[in-house]
Design a protein around this ligand. Structure first.
Ligand SMILES: [Zn+2]
Length: 360
């Protein structure tokens, strides 16, 4: 393996292990490469002296250090582009008294730790979503306003699907918001040429079981998502729309034909996160109140379309057909469920009014 390929391999491995730093350390006539995992240094690779020197020189070159200077300590940084993501790395060198350099690569961490499950108002919808997320292939679309918990929902459904079993899950996001060690998380970086479409294309070549796409916002991404769903993967994505039915028209606006949607779409969820009424606060539960735990002051309301209700929606999306009207309780649409939540006293009247979807 040449130096460049080995460097790429090393960073990819380190990233998949969620290593915080890589140490390339000299010993007599060779080098050892260590990964720091959960605070512990673990020996990963043995390199002979020439291989080690070449690898260090290569990293020095990449991070704009003086390659010829081997005695003075140096530091540098670079964003290293791997197949599906780019990694922000900080490098530092130091030499021993025999002018043998050692190099440490610090890999910068991503933001939040994995989020907690948020409570949902109705188990019926949540159970349907869990079953849909277990599908071998197809397309599952989520919609809802900003901060309606779409990413948290998608992550929890996929984690639930894994149940400890090893499956390849790749996420493509802009940016990554939740850190999840069991997923391969990639991030869009337009200036580095990493687009949703491009990342999705390379992801599909890796034959993942599940792909989570942060947002479908252009025709190219919509097309790739459909292609992924048609070729035996489960694609879970979010898309902008004001209600569940709007998801279909939005996909069609992005150039996806109705027959392709009928072939791939297995479910649609429209969601919002509602502040819970608290009897102690006598309103939405306030931050300092201990009646509801901090991350349980809001609950998710889902409208889910799958099976017959999805077929009806797809059927009605074709303008030639007249809408088949089902009774309210059968349709379980967002506004109907919101009314029910309000009637049960879980939310205030203000919340009910604020979250209702206009002219659904
Ligand atoms: Zn309260």
């Amino acid at each position: 393996m040449d130096t460049e390929s080995f460097a790429k391999h090393l960073l990819t491995m380190a990233d998949s292990y969620r290593t915080s730093d890589i140490h390339i350390l000299p010993e007599q006539r060779h080098y050892y490469v260590y990964f720091r995992l959960n605070g512990q240094m673990e020996k990963q690779y043995y390199l002979d002296r020439d291989e080690g020197t070449r690898l260090i020189s290569y990293f020095k070159f990449l991070s704009n250090m003086d390659v010829g200077e081997r005695r003075r300590p140096q530091s540098g940084s670079t964003v290293f582009a791997l197949e599906e993501k780019s990694i922000d790395c900080r490098f530092s060198t130091i030499s021993n008294y025999q002018s043998q350099e050692s190099l440490v690569i610090r890999m910068l961490k991503q933001k939040k730790e994995s989020g907690q499950a948020m409570p949902a108002f109705f188990s019926q919808e949540w159970n349907v979503l869990k079953a849909l997320a277990d599908a071998k292939s197809g397309l599952l679309l989520f919609s809802g306003p900003v901060d309606s918990g779409k990413t948290t929902t998608m992550y929890h459904l996929v984690k639930n699907r894994l149940k400890g079993e090893r499956q390849q899950v790749v996420t493509i996001e802009d940016p990554v918001e939740i850190e999840e060690v069991s997923f391969l998380q990639t991030q869009v970086n337009e200036s580095a040429g990493l687009t949703y479409e491009g990342l999705l294309k390379s992801t599909l070549r890796h034959h993942p079981d599940v792909v989570i796409v942060g947002e479908i916002r252009d025709e190219e991404t919509a097309r790739m998502v459909i292609r992924g769903a048609l070729t035996g993967h489960l694609l879970i994505a979010s898309i902008h729309s004001k209600n569940a039915a709007g998801v279909i028209s939005r996909m069609m606006e992005l150039g996806v034909s109705l027959p392709l949607l009928q072939q791939t779409l297995i479910g649609i969820a429209f969601q919002n996160l509602l502040p819970l009424y608290c009897p102690l606060c006598d309103s939405n539960c306030r931050t300092f109140c201990t009646h509801n735990e901090r991350d349980r002051k809001r609950a998710a309301l889902y409208e889910v379309k799958s099976g017959d209700s999805l077929h009806t929606l797809l059927y009605n999306a074709d303008n030639h057909h007249v809408s088949k009207k089902q009774p309210d309780y059968e349709r379980r649409e967002f506004n109907y469920l919101l009314r029910k939540v309000y009637a049960c006293g879980y939310i205030t009247k203000e919340t009910y009014r604020r979250y209702i979807i206009p002219n659904e």
